[in-house]
Design a protein around this ligand. Structure first.
Ligand code: IPM
Ligand code: MG
Length: 369
């Protein structure tokens, strides 16, 4: 196979800062593990708007379609708040998701032992937590038509968005969830609002259909999404894989993220259908946003982005053992007490800077050889 390729879109805010550390990690794998990756970089979000007047150019979009994987930092920031909706930084991200058809968004919520105290929940409720949220990413109310803000012809206005799901859209993301469950603890919980939404009734029926016809050996349960949110903060360890739609997945994955104590630790993968070379279309991104409040202060935690690259090793480059190596290195660094500002506790004094955290991960990788 030819050298695997990666397009880095560092984006806005802390995106470029954390990406510097990921570049070090990529170079380490090239030098020490003979794992060469052909890396290119481009602009997305506000950074692309500043240069080109759009949050993603057609050229960048075309390039993203050709590479084996995209690694995205973060988009958005207060400087872009007043832009027209059509050119807001977030539109660049949504365009990538939609045009690459990245329908399965994998958001693991894993509680590192060294960080169990950071959760807003009691340690015993979260320690050892390891759940995977599979969020549908290319349809639902984010994209459904009709949409817009219109005159209601009575002197007022009306804002419209449409929740819309087809059989195929539901079945393909359900399959992703069942496949993951088979490699984990064999349980899927599907969440919707079948009690109030027709799209929720269809969701429940189609997920059940995929289960009965293709994955009868996996345990499937259904839950209303509001109850799901409640159960996530009451007893999160009851879950293995959760599969849900775009909007519920957006909210539930933020809830699940905070269970683990720090958004600065959480990666994600967005996967589509296999390309000609057999690899899935893929984009990896940290769950945290652009964090304008700490941008440029060397405070950002690079771990979420580093762990997103680990997911790329696993899902795009077939390097599961190297992904394990990188994840273990991050875990060791935390266990050794290296902490960025987001992971400070009472009594801790000097936080590690972004680059010190990256260097500590490199040192742990060296120690793994
Ligand atoms: C996320 C974010 C995005 C979303 C925004 C930035 C468009 O919240 O990835 O969860 O709503 O999907
Ligand atoms: Mg979100």
């Amino acid at each position: 196979m030819s050298t695997p390729s990666l397009l880095i879109l560092a984006g806005d805010g802390i995106g470029p800062e954390v990406m510097v550390e990921v570049r070090k990690i990529i170079d380490w794998f090239g030098a020490k593990r003979d794992l060469k990756i052909n890396v290119t970089e481009d602009l997305v979000g506000g950074a692309a708007y500043d240069k080109h007047g759009v949050p993603l150019t057609d050229e960048t979009m075309a390039h993203a379609q050709e590479v084996d994987a995209v690694l995205l930092g973060a988009v958005g920031g207060p400087a872009y708040d007043d832009l027209d909706f059509s050119v807001k930084p977030e539109r660049g991200l949504l365009r990538l998701r939609k045009e690459m058809d990245l329908f399965a968004n994998l958001r693991p919520a894993q509680c590192f032992d060294a960080l169990a105290d950071f959760s807003s929940l009691k340690t015993e409720i979260v320690s050892g937590l390891d759940i995977m949220i599979v969020r549908e990413l290319t349809s639902g109310v984010y994209f459904g038509e009709p949409r817009g803000i219109m005159d209601d012809n009575e002197g007022g206005r009306v804002g419209v968005n449409t929740q819309r799901y087809t059989t195929d859209e539901i079945r393909r993301v359900a399959r992703s969830a069942f496949e993951l469950a088979k490699k984990r603890n064999n349980r899927v919980c599907s969440m919707e609002k079948a009690n109030v939404m027709e799209s929720g009734i269809l969701w429940r029926e189609e997920v059940q259909w995929v289960h009965d016809n293709e994955y009868p050996e996996v345990e499937l349960t259904h839950m209303y999404a509001d109850n799901g949110g409640m159960q996530l903060v009451r007893a999160p360890k009851q879950f293995d894989v959760i599969v849900t739609d775009n909007l519920f997945g957006d909210m539930l994955s933020d809830v699940a993220a905070m269970l683990t104590g720090s958004l600065g630790m959480l990666p994600s993968a967005s996967l589509g259908v296999p390309m000609a070379n057999g690899r899935p279309k893929a984009m990896y991104e940290p769950v945290h946003g652009s964090a304008p409040d700490i941008t440029g202060q060397a405070k950002a935690n690079p771990c979420a982005c580093i762990l997103s690259f680990a997911m790329a090793l696993r899902y795009s480059y077939d390097e599961g053992a190297e992904a394990d190596r990188l994840e273990s290195a991050v875990e060791k660094v935390l266990a050794d007490g290296v902490r960025t500002a987001d992971l400070m506790q009472a009594g801790d004094t000097t936080p590690a800077s972004t680059s010190e955290m990256g260097d500590a991960v490199i040192a742990a990788l060296d120690a793994s050889l």
